[in-house]
Design a protein around this ligand. Structure first.
Ligand SMILES: Nc1ncnc2c1ncn2[C@@H]1O[C@H](COP(=O)(O)OP(=O)(O)OP(=O)(O)O)[C@@H](O)[C@H]1O
Ligand SMILES: [Mg+2]
Length: 746
């Protein structure tokens, strides 16, 4: 049934304006927000059609109800068909030099990405790779990307979209998202993303509100292909409150029950049916479900449970031969307007015509039947798509005990591991938690290990209290079983996470317990780690005297004991201490030692940091050529790792050298690049550094007012983080002092 779009001329005007801007190379994000069934998806579809007509490449994906555990699913859904449609040469050119993409998409023939040993750096690099990919596509043709139903999206997708949105300025890309307002309010990830993008001026929220009475009448007219009776229009006005889903569902419902009939060439509404209307859409949907025959209802429920796996083959396997003719049932469901058929990568999938239908059907299912259906889908996927770990894991989670526990456990653990690899930590935590529940009953021997992994995933996704719970239980188990090295390792992890929660006493206590556990066991690796963690915590606390002592202990450990990473970091810590004391020669020396160890161990992130220490020490001692050499080496290594975060700080290092050598034009130029990159990667620190550098030049040139404007912006961007990050914010404060001097306010 093709119903034309009614009553959205104002909204379409804004969509068109955004497209024009993107076309002119000034992209942005437009977020359609409104209540369930108000017409967001329909408007978004119309927007994409407009974009296509204007020559845009259009990509679209949607999050599915009840599938928030599928990492990156909506973004992958949007990009995958596009990449699959490219010829090999074009594809290779598009993904060249972006090895992280190989983790997300199969068949790209990319080398494995270099491991950086730091989950945050790797995650940003992965995001940067997707961002670059989209940028390259948009360089050829303007691009519009739509992700619908963001309120169901997984955490990793939201973070990735946030990252992409930050790269839109200056690109011919237009990002569209749609979400339900009422759900966004209770969805912290989505709320954070929207607020942050709005604050940065990168996204506009387009509220999608109720249709006007005229538009509702036009919609009813289109649905009925004739004039609606006045009584119906009155009821629609009173009940549907301009919500198109309600209008559509109500009219269908009345027709199904025979209360709205065509008689003598006009539509007639019989009886007092309209006053007996259920007050909410949910009931309306339910009423429609209840009118299905048992087989139709069962298939619809299966489609709701299967989500994006509802291909004809999967459905056929789950319902089995006794259900009769599946094709006929599906056709009837389509005719009833409850189910739609959609093209997919391989053939078609069935979806409920509106997500609300899936939600209501799913909610109504008794728990036991829901689990059995998930188990059925899992079994079908095992036979048809055994490699599709994410989807298998989703259905094994839903199946709980109904599926084969050993296999479910195996899949959940593998999916958790895979999610970890693509830095979808919240999803990894979900998989490990589900695996843990199975293991507690079925494989007690795996429990401690799963708890440890769960702790990692939780801590990385910022669920610190939950990480403490998992690791504490794991530590107690290890203690009980007499595994002292493992106990020590867990206590060390607990110390770090307790520190991050701002509980330094608890952190100290955990460290002490760790040292106690490892004492006399000869577990050298764990001992080194604990010393290293202590050093790390002391560095964060800025306790200079104890840092020196701890670094000395770490370096005095016998040779085979120290992991090279820990040793290199100890040298770096010493370099920092020497630097703070103004002993630049010693700082350079320790930097060289760190560099030697890092290079030997092939840890390029640490080698870059070592170059940075040497460069800073040399610059302060007046050895500018040496400083520049190491600064450039730092920048080259940072680029090679592909980590935008590392590159940003390397660039700032170069800026400092330019300042030391009074190369003010270079400072200005590089500060401009740093500023753009800082905004792009969302680094408040990068932005503040760049603005402060620019302010210094302006103050130096006798333009204190312009300098002041830069500094005000730096403070605003940095916000409350300034107090916690003294080391970097000092640059802003120095620039403020210089600007004051230039303004003759000593
Ligand atoms: N302006 C319109 N003109 C004609 N039909 C519309 C209009 N807006 C929405 N509809 C129809 O109303 C129904 C609900 O709209 P839609 O699916 O776009 O809602 P939604 O806001 O995306 O809901 P949800 O939050 O549940 O995803 C659909 O069948 C859609 O085709
Ligand atoms: Mg929708």
């Amino acid at each position: 049934m093709d119903v034309p779009l009614v009553g959205r001329s104002e909204e379409l005007g804004r969509v068109l304006a955004a497209l024009e801007l993107a076309f002119a190379g000034s992209g942005g994000a437009l977020l359609l927000a409104g209540e369930a069934g108000i017409g967001k998806s329909r408007l978004a579809a119309e927007a994409l059609t407009l974009a296509r007509q204007r020559g845009f490449v259009t990509l679209q994906g949607a999050a599915y109800p009840l599938q928030a555990d599928l990492a990156y699913a909506p973004v992958l859904e949007a990009l995958r068909p596009f990449l699959a449609g490219l010829e090999p040469g074009g594809l290779a050119a598009l993904v060249r030099g972006l090895p992280d993409l190989g983790r997300l998409f199969a068949g790209l023939h990319l080398p494995p990405p270099e491991l950086l040993g730091d989950a945050d750096l790797e995650r940003t690099r992965l995001f940067e790779a997707v961002s670059r990919l989209i940028e390259r596509v948009a360089a050829e043709r303007p691009l519009a990307l739509l992700v619908d139903d963001l309120h169901w999206a997984d955490a990793a997708s939201l973070e990735l979209l946030h990252y992409l949105a930050r790269g839109l300025a200056g690109q011919s890309e237009s990002l569209r998202g749609a979400y339900r307002l009422e759900e966004a309010r209770t969805h912290p990830g989505l709320r954070t993303m929207v607020r942050s993008l709005q604050r940065l001026g990168l996204a506009e929220e387009l509220p999608v509100g109720a249709l006007s009475p005229e538009a509702v009448a036009a919609l009813a007219r289109a649905l009925l292909r004739g004039e609606p009776p006045p009584a119906l229009l009155g009821a629609l006005h009173a009940r549907a409150a301009g919500m198109p889903l309600f209008v559509t569902a109500l009219i269908r419902g009345l027709r199904d029950t025979g209360e709205l009939v065509r008689s003598g060439g006009t539509w007639v509404l019989g009886g007092e049916a309209v006053t007996a209307l259920p007050p909410v859409v949910r009931d309306l949907v339910l009423a429609r479900l209840e009118r299905l025959d048992p087989v139709g209802r069962a298939v619809l429920e299966l489609i709701a449970v299967a989500g994006d796996a509802a291909s004809p083959a999967v459905l056929a396997r789950v319902v089995g031969p006794e259900a009769g003719d599946l094709e006929t049932v599906l056709r009837q469901l389509r005719e009833s307007g409850l189910v739609a058929e959609e093209p997919a990568a391989s053939g078609v999938v069935y979806r409920t015509a509106h997500p609300l239908v899936a939600e209501v059907a799913y909610d109504e299912l008794p728990e036991s039947r829901r689990r059995r259906l998930h188990a059925g889908v899992a079994a079908a996927l095992e036979a048809l798509r055994p490699g599709d770990l994410d989807r298998l894991a989703h259905h094994y989670q839903g199946a709980a005990w109904e599926a084969d526990p050993p296999r479910a456990l195996e899949v959940l653990v593998a999916a958790g591991q895979r999610a970890e690899e693509v830095h979808a930590d919240a999803e990894a935590a979900g998989h490990f938690a589900a695996a843990l529940a199975l293991a507690r009953a079925d494989r007690p021997a795996m429990v401690a290990e799963l708890l440890e992994r769960l702790g990692h995933a939780r801590s990385r996704s910022g669920q610190l209290a939950a990480a403490v719970a998992a690791w504490s239980e794991a530590a107690r188990q290890r203690e009980r079983s007499g595994d002292r090295p493992a106990t020590a390792r867990l206590r060390g992890l607990l110390a770090l996470v307790e520190w991050d929660r701002g509980r330094s006493d608890a952190a100290e206590a955990q460290l002490a317990a760790g040292f106690q556990a490892v004492e006399g066991t000869g577990a050298d690796l764990e001992l080194t780690d604990l010393h290293y963690i202590r050093l790390h915590l002391l560095t964060r606390a800025g306790d200079i005297a104890r840092i020196e002592a701890e670094a000395a202990v770490l370096l005095a450990l016998p040779e085979p004991t120290g992991t090279q990473r820990a040793v290199a970091e100890a040298h770096l810590a010493r370099a920092d201490m020497a630097f703070l004391r103004g002993n630049f020669a010693a700082a350079r020396e320790h930097g060289q030692q760190a560099l030697a160890v890092a290079e030997q161990a092939g840890i390029s992130t640490l080698a870059a940091l070592a170059h940075r220490r040497i460069s800073a020490a040399a610059a302060n001692a007046g050895h500018h050529r040496l400083a520049r050499e190491h600064g450039l080496a730092d920048l080259a290594l940072a680029r090679q790792t592909g980590s935008p975060t590392l590159e940003l700080s390397a660039r700032f290092g170069m800026l400092m050298i330019d300042m030391h050598t009074d190369a003010w034009e270079d400072v200005l130029r590089n500060a401009g690049e740093l500023l753009a990159q800082g905004y792009r990667t969302g680094s408040a620190r990068g932005v503040a550094d760049a603005l402060a550098s620019r302010a210094l030049v302006l103050a130096n040139r006798g333009r204190p007012e312009d300098a002041g404007r830069c500094l005000a912006e730096a403070r605003e961007v940095y916000g409350t983080a300034a107090a916690a990050d003294r080391r970097v914010f000092a640059v802003v404060e120095i620039a403020e002092a210089m600007a004051a001097l230039a303004a003759a306010v000593p």
